[in-house]
Design a protein around this ligand. Sequence first.
Ligand SMILES: [Mg+2]
Length: 232
Amino acid sequence: MKRFILFDIDGTLLRTRGAGSHAFTRALADVLPGASLPASFSPHGRTDPDIFREIGEHIYSRPATDRELTTLADRYIHHFQTTLAEAKNFEVFPGIEKLVKELHADEKVALGIETGNLEITARLKLKRGALDHFFSFGGFGSDAPDRSEIVRIALERGLNLVGGKTQGRLSPIIIGDSIQDMKAAKSNGAFAVGVLTGGADQGALKKAGADKVFTDFSSSSEFLELLLELVV
Ligand SMILES: [Mg+2]
């Protein structure tokens, strides 16, 4: 019996410090030269398909067609490879590498990703952070525009990976920095762990359903203790 633990990427494992926003800006400029992102633009906690929809509507003043959205996504992926390489202040958060390494080594744990990122950009971020080999499955923004559905898909893939064995009474654990992560965890019957490294405050995460909130994971033993409590 394995416990599934899914990590969000941005604001939870690492931060790219603008690589995504810069790539969105460049993709937008390819489609409509001189255009800039909407003043209210904020990617926090959102899925990439949702962001492409907003940018599409901003450009065309109407809902973008599937073809237009595909073009935007293609341009975004193209530029992201450069903006990620240019992101000088890219950072894996304190304690993450140790925590993820310890969880990965635990045979009772199956470690996965749940992110609004397209799978290709998610993997590029994990690779730059030298975290890619710790995660054997995941759900991505390229799977669905809705985060609850992304979590559901990730858990389904995890189950397939471990041979379809049920988890019994061990509920999955979802770790994220946004309100959307907490809501997606609860709608999938998971234990929701919030972390404050992404900018959301404790009250907002708790209100969205967080069962436990950490300031950061600089002390990985704190998280591992929680895990032991949950196993009992
Ligand atoms: Mg996040």
